[in-house]
Write a protein that binds this ligand. Structure first.
Ligand SMILES: [Cu+2]
Length: 147
């Protein structure tokens, strides 16, 4: 029994260190090293080439803002009138966004207005778009590193 005490104390110190360290809660150091932060990506099944622009650049924490999403086929034809769902998550913290962003308008030429974007903390975010057009569903994930 007494032999376990040093281990217990060590474990407690490690836990306390993790939770109290200011660095661990605010930096993105624990995000995977090889994340792709491109703003243009091919969807997971290869159906759509998708890109976004943010009206806030760089994206500031806690500011409500709008994105424009552009969806085209791999050979560059705009994808018209798709049904698109969006959500954002912090994989390291297992929480999402404080807002429920939505695609509110088709702007033509494969462009969609995405309203209600707001990120409440810095670090690694995944923003997921589920896209359905002409009966074909696919999803694309953008990585963000916010400060
Ligand atoms: Cu978080």
């Amino acid at each position: 029994m007494h032999r376990l005490y040093p281990l217990l104390i060590l474990a407690v110190l490690i836990l306390v260190g993790c939770f109290s360290s200011p660095a661990s809660s605010t930096t993105s150091a624990s995000a995977p090293a090889n994340l792709d932060f491109s703003t243009t990506r091919l969807s997971e099944a290869g159906r759509y080439r998708v890109s976004f622009t943010s009206e806030l650049n760089p994206i500031a924490i806690n500011r409500l803002h709008t994105w424009t999403l552009h969806v085209e086929t791999p050979d560059g034809a705009p994808v018209e009138n798709a049904v698109i769902q969006v959500h954002g998550d912090m994989p390291e913290h297992r929480h999402g966004m404080p807002t429920a962003p939505k695609v509110t308008q088709y702007l033509g030429d494969g462009n969609y207005r995405v309203e209600g974007m707001r990120f409440q903390m810095g670090g690694w975010w995944e923003v997921v778009f589920e896209i359905e057009a002409n009966g074909e569903k696919d999803r694309v994930v953008f990585n963000l590193l916010l400060r």
